[in-house]
Design a protein around this ligand. Structure first.
Ligand SMILES: Nc1ncnc2c1ncn2[C@@H]1O[C@H](COP(=O)(O)OP(=O)(O)O)[C@@H](O)[C@H]1O
Ligand SMILES: [Mg+2]
Length: 461
């Protein structure tokens, strides 16, 4: 007698499979993430058949020509690798309220000029969408709105509208009658995504899927969605700030090194073609604890302002916070400065902040962070026209970093006159006009570049 197939349970966060329900996932430690999945037959007989499209020799294939469509947002086009490719499926993910729906509705305006667009929303009513479109100034004649979350109905509507671009906001709200689990479950999201992917490939239309992100930053539910689609874009930024960044995590049609920068305003997202300038706007002058840094975001240099507030502590264990910078990395740099320079951080609280809501996770930011900290504790000023970048090792040595020419060029463009960088990176480097390049081998060497100590008069100015 054939064994009766039992239900299986899978984690909605990471896809871990178990034959019983678990409160906590042993793989990703998520709580209450297990959902029941449809039973799968254990003794599945496989029957061979001819594939619809048989195997061919690679040498016999013609080079395909990607048809790319401009989205009207230069910043987004660059991240996509030059525009939206016909027949591709792009997953746009981000935290709630970051601006995914706003961005997609905005690009509809340009896209609808040369393509038919179907915007499917499972989250908002037509009225809400109309209000938002009105606020964003989106009028496009060829934009069809559909408020539906049943997969079969959506595809039925796609059949009649025959769109060139389908936007699904969001994939987690779509459910299929064919899959018997709850909407948002792994099985549902997987089935819906598969249906859209095969639709895109068959009809040559582009599909943009919106994916929600959970608190930890993973795409909630199906991490496996990332493997299925052609491109994965993360929309990120600090919601308290107006800057937003689109980063490509995966792209089958372009580089993953690009970022797009936007600013959120009343009339939606505005592109920021010169983000370095924006980061430096309103930068305080001649204040201890401030230091400019040049980091690479993909192939793009970006100048940011690092601020360290170092104050004498009243606690036995000093407080340390890092906003926009890795906390452990900051602690490591503090330890290096304590050990190598004898600075007494253990009697001081340290609050580190990267202005503008930017997140720096490149080792090249080390040197500037260290100088912000030194400046913060000694009250010596890092001159306003000085910028630093370089990685710091545990012995206090300054290590070489990549893309030095780009960084120097960007710093010179924004008016920095002294650029401090790792000595090894200065080999063969030509200084731009009126710019002094200072190569340092260790943190001690740069200290003489700090200006006089802040006086009470400076602070009362
Ligand atoms: N009436 C409004 N006026 C100005 N800004 C708004 C308005 N409504 C929404 N926003 C901005 O748009 C953001 C929501 O964007 P949305 O595209 O809905 O995010 P997501 O789809 O990623 O959840 C809000 O966080 C807010 O900053
Ligand atoms: Mg939304």
């Amino acid at each position: 007698m054939a064994k009766q197939s039992k239900s299986i349970f899978s984690c909605a966060e990471c896809g871990y499979i178990s034959n019983k329900w678990l409160g906590r996932c042993p793989s990703c430690d998520g709580w209450n993430t297990f959902v029941e999945e449809e039973p799968v037959g254990e003794e599945m007989a496989v029957q061979c058949k001819r594939a619809a499209s048989p195997a061919v020799l690679i040498s016999e294939l013609d080079l395909p020509e990607y048809i790319r469509m401009k989205t009207g947002m230069e910043e987004l086009d660059r991240v996509l690798g030059g525009g939206l490719v016909a027949g591709s499926v792009v997953l746009l993910s981000g935290e709630p309220g970051i601006g995914k729906s706003t961005l997609l509705l905005q690009i509809c305006e340009t896209v609808s000029r040369h393509a038919r667009v179907l915007y499917v929303s499972g989250e908002e009513s037509k009225g809400q969408l109309k209000l938002r479109a009105d606020r964003l100034g989106v009028k496009g004649e060829a934009i069809h709105l559909l408020t539906e979350s049943c997969l079969e109905s959506i595809l039925g509507e796609c059949e009649s509208v025959a769109p060139n671009v389908i936007i699904v906001d969001s994939i987690q709200t779509v459910w299929s009658e064919g899959a018997h689990s709850a909407p948002g479950s792994v099985a549902q999201v997987r089935a819906s995504a598969m249906a859209f992917i095969s639709w895109a490939k068959q009809r040559g239309c582009s599909v943009l899927l919106v994916g929600h992100v959970n608190k930890e930053g993973g795409i909630s539910g199906p991490k496996l969605l990332e493997h299925m689609v052609d491109a994965v874009l993360y929309f990120e930024g600090d919601r308290r700030h107006s800057y937003r960044m689109i980063r490509s995590i995966k792209n089958r049609y372009g580089s993953t090194n690009e970022i797009g920068v936007f600013e959120m305003g009343d009339v939606g997202l505005k592109e920021v073609p010169n983000p370095s300038q924006m980061m430096l706007d309103g930068r305080p002058e001649n204040i201890g604890g401030n230091c400019a840094c040049c980091v690479m975001e993909g192939s793009r240099p970006l100048i940011s302002d690092i601020q360290a507030l170092v104050t004498a502590t009243a606690f036995p264990t000093p407080r340390r916070t890092a906003d926009g910078f890795d906390y452990n990395r900051m602690c490591l740099l503090i330890a290096v400065l304590e050990k190598r320079l004898g600075l007494k951080f253990y009697t001081h609280d340290v609050y580190l902040n990267i202005a503008g809501g930017l997140r720096l996770d490149e080792p090249a930011a080390d040197l500037a962070v260290a100088f912000a900290l030194i400046s913060g504790i000694t009250d010596r000023i890092v001159p306003n026209d000085m910028i630093l970048f370089g990685e710091i090792g545990l012995s206090g040595e300054v290590r070489a970093v990549s893309h030095v020419e780009y960084r120097v060029k960007e710093a010179a463009r924004l008016g920095f006159k002294t650029i401090v960088l790792p000595k090894r990176s200065t080999v063969g480097l030509k200084a731009p006009k009126d710019v002094r390049i200072v190569g340092i081998g260790s943190i001690y060497e740069g200290l003489s570049l700090l200006e006089r100590k802040l006086s009470a008069e400076d602070l009362s100015e």
